[in-house]
Design a protein. Structure first.
Length: 632
């Protein structure tokens, strides 16, 4: 796991960007604390920061070159089947100097070109420079585990693992207000767009070639889902197949030349991964985080239960409110572009403590999107199979509107959920998805911005593309496919990448093994969710390997006491700094009367989901002050 960046200059003006490659590489130091190097020639620069995981020797440092000196690579990620691929290349009389997956990937590309991507089992973002052809080849993994940003204009092509590495080249920082409008609804910015008009994200499952000023962009992978051609496999056979595929995926991800453990929240997903890892790593170390001052959010009892049942060496990091609040500024500094999933706070703190013990951790990310684990999925199931309760919840929406709503207490959280369900149940399929994926409606987000900043037609076009996988009569699989394309890469995986790499910790995701994903999208909806159970196939497949208590616990996200912090510890910075009238009006982006209403709601007895919207504003303002205005 590393940080990569580079420049391809097309003319003398573009060559001026080369002077910034050292700064761009240094901006990624947290991603690769073990080694760094920069390659420079007349028109090209390549920068690399290394986190040594496979073959930690000096000979495996990057940029890495083939024996002829023609091809060079900078690579961020892991190829889990590299040993098998290495043997196939050795059969072609290729001699290897290292034991690294980087060298295998380089030789695969030299021999197979872009076709090598279909051979890879892993996650990655990389660039290969062909000196003879004077071209770049870049690619990103199938599901977007690893990020890759780029800028392409008449003078140069820039790329980097994070937006800040692109900013380091001295680019124009023109805000894309349609991206901001989307962010104010979702709390993240879907690719290929970014917060800056000139910068894009390479989409998951895509490659690009840059030669001269010409840029070729192409998809190499789509999830093989066809709702009319689902498998006829029996449920019993599907259980056995999932167990086998997932165990193989875990076993592949246990290869490392550094200490390795697992995240263990005590939920089904991480518990399954831990149980499978323990079978192949007897000395497995597991890690969880708890909130000793906030019992509503503390789930360490479940993680300790699983650790004892499976037999791991478990460490639970118990943090108090004062300690957690002290890290909020560092967490905001680690947000590369506006991003406001508040569970990033917990991931940051867990990664920080875990990195003191191991360099690699396995996690359960992806299971909810693949198997229907979110509240949203249960809501869709109810909307597609409405009974008396669902019709009553919709009819009683005026009542839910009047009652107090908050995430942080059982009764008011139930009211909040009923209100959200009632607000989306009657919408069209695609708009229902958008509503339940959002924290603010389009009209609410629009009122927050000053008039004249938005281009409605451009946003509508983007939204249609993001929701293109949802037909007028949707199934649960259609919703899951959309989650895999929208929520997973832009929210969940972005969160894990930024917060773990802030501490140089590599996270591996067995559920996102290509064999697991491809198999699960051949299965019918009832294998995944019904009226009683979410992630049905996963829960049933491993029921005999996990404590029975896990199956009776309520579903909870990886949440933190954000509302309480914003009302107390962050009150001053919200009221007097980032969202003050003077700052808002000087900035010229937001409509202050609307912002004032949101601040008032935050401190009311019925905040609802307002703390999520306010966190989005805080994260954006902190980022804007740091990155755009240059003030701290």
């Amino acid at each position: 796991m590393c940080g990569i960046t580079g420049v391809f200059a097309f003319n003398l003006v573009g060559k001026f960007s080369k002077i910034n490659v050292a700064a761009a590489t240094a901006s990624l130091a947290h991603r690769g604390p073990d080694f760094h190097d920069v390659y420079v020639d007349e028109m090209v620069c390549l920068g690399h920061r290394r986190l040594s995981v496979i073959d930690t020797r000096e000979v495996a440092h990057q940029p890495m070159w083939d024996p002829t000196g023609r091809w060079g690579i900078v690579f961020n990620g892991e190829i889990f089947n590299f040993k098998e691929l290495r043997e196939s290349l050795k059969a072609r009389d290729i001699v290897f100097r290292t034991e690294s997956d980087t060298e295998v990937l380089l030789h695969l590309f030299i021999h197979y070109g872009e076709a090598c991507l279909s051979l890879l089992n892993g996650f990655f973002a990389f660039c290969i420079y062909d000196k003879q052809d004077q071209s770049f080849f870049l690619a990103r993994d199938r599901y977007g585990v690893k990020p890759l940003y780029y800028l392409h204009d008449d003078d140069r092509f820039l790329f980097g693992s994070e937006l800040q590495s692109i900013v380091a080249y001295g680019i124009k920082k023109d805000i894309d207000y349609d991206s901001l409008y989307t962010y104010l609804q979702l709390n993240y910015i879907p690719g290929p767009h970014t917060i800056f008009s000139a910068v894009k994200k390479l989409m998951p499952g895509h490659w690009m070639r840059v030669k001269g000023r010409e840029l070729t962009l192409q998809s190499y992978y789509d999830i093989p889902y066809d709702r009319s051609k689902l498998s006829s496999i029996s449920y019993a056979d599907a259980l056995a197949r999932l167990r086998a595929l997932l165990e193989d995926a875990v076993q592949r991800r246990l290869v490392a030349d550094v200490p390795l453990g697992t995240f263990l929240s005590g939920g089904i997903d991480s518990s399954v991964i831990t149980a499978l890892a323990k079978k192949h790593k007897p000395d497995l170390h597991t890690f969880s985080i708890g909130f000793k001052d906030e019992k509503f959010f503390d789930e360490t009892a479940y993680s300790q239960l699983v650790a004892k049942h499976v037999g791991t060496k478990h460490t639970a990091f118990m943090l108090g409110n004062a300690e957690m609040s002290a890290h909020l500024h560092h967490i905001l500094d680690s947000i590369d572009e506006p991003f406001a999933d508040s569970s990033a706070i917990a991931v940051y703190l867990l990664s920080r403590e875990t990195r003191k013990h191991v360099t690699v951790a396995l996690s359960g990310d992806g299971a909810d999107e693949l198997l229907g684990g979110y509240n949203k999925h249960a809501a869709f199931y109810r909307a597609l199979h409405p009974g008396f309760s669902e019709k009553a919840a919709t009819a009683l929406r005026p009542l839910w509107w009047l009652l107090p709503k908050s995430r942080h207490a059982p009764f008011s959280n139930t009211v909040r959920q009923l209100n959200r369900y009632a607000g989306g149940a009657g919408l069209s399929s695609d708009q229902r998805y958008w509503r339940w994926a959002s924290f603010a409606t389009a009209s609410q987000a629009g009122r927050m911005l000053r008039p004249g900043l938005l281009t409605d037609s451009r946003f509508n076009e983007r939204q249609r593309e993001l929701l293109s996988t949802i037909p007028s009569s949707e199934t649960i699989n259609d919703i899951l496919l959309t989650d895999m394309r929208l929520v997973l890469p832009n929210d969940m995986l972005t969160k894990v990448d930024r917060m773990s790499m802030a501490h140089g910790l590599e996270i591996r995701n067995p559920f996102l093994d290509v064999n697991v994903v491809d198999f699960l999208f051949t299965l019918p909806d009832p294998f995944k969710i019904d009226g009683r159970q979410r992630k049905k196939l996963l829960q049933d497949a491993f029921r005999d390997q996990l404590p029975a208590e896990l199956y009776n616990r309520p579903k909870k996200g990886f949440e933190v006491p954000l509302l309480k912090w914003m009302r107390k510890d962050l009150k001053g910075i919200i009221r007097d700094e980032l969202l003050s009238k003077s700052f808002i009006e000087e900035q010229g982006i937001f409509n202050y009367p609307e912002i004032r209403k949101l601040k008032n709601q935050l401190f009311s007895i019925s905040p609802g989901d307002i703390h999520a919207r306010m966190w989005g504003l805080v994260a954006f303002q902190w980022w804007w002050r740091k990155t755009v205005s240059g003030k701290r």
